[in-house]
Design a binder for this molecule. Sequence first.
Ligand code: SF4
Length: 277
Amino acid sequence: MMITSKASALYVHVPFCRHICGYCDFCRTVYSSELAEQWLNALETELEYKKIHSDIQTVYIGGGTPTSLEAPLLDRLFRLLEPYTSNVQEYTIEINPETFDGKKAELFKQYGVNRASIGLQTANEKLLKMIGRHHTPEDVLDTINLLRSLSDIHNISLDLMYSLPGQTMQDVEDAFDFVRNSGVPHVSLYSLTIEPGSVFGKTGKEPLDEDTEADMYERLISLCEASDITSMRSPALRKRAANRIIIKPTGIMMISSESVQVLRARKIISGMIIRRF
Ligand code: SF4
């Protein structure tokens, strides 16, 4: 079957992570080089028959963890996507600081990646451990420095989570201070949701009560509004982030969804969520 797409954006799902976070029910599995090579082979076939045109405006490589791929495999992923990125204005990749280094930063520059989204989640090391993250806040700063110095990427977004079990308003404010001090222009805010297929869902972990969750959200939005940091969750801040290219979900072509299905059918991959737009 040939599919010709009029989509103006590509979303590429990399279904691997080095560790599985407690709250996660995304479509992912623990990384192995062998599996990653099989997935790249499937992706190459998928790209061939989908016949994507070259007039794509934005590319977003997410997951999973794209940087879980070892540098040679990440290089192959970029080469597979190269035919579709010549006219791209915004080329984003998600990063877990635990799997990032100078070699990967140089690949970003080589292939024209110009935006990065980093999972910070919280600046509290105990909370990071509790949710199953294997990096520290300092690793996030090292990642930002590598992106600026080796990739020439300054358009950086940090993911922050709130309503985590045991999280206080002070933790939320400290995390925002960390974001502000890092000098990044954008933050993505995520309230904890307990998905039935996640480790938290299976072990009965609960988010905070709804009132506290709402208070944390409002505090974060007011901190954003009082700073230069944008967040897509607030209409006012969205307007301020006018340099971002926003594409409706209907204009996005999901790449790797079928390659991922192959791994899911073989019960290698668990987790149902490919992307929430
Ligand atoms: S939250 Fe992100 S890094 Fe953690 S397991 Fe899920 S996809 Fe991987």
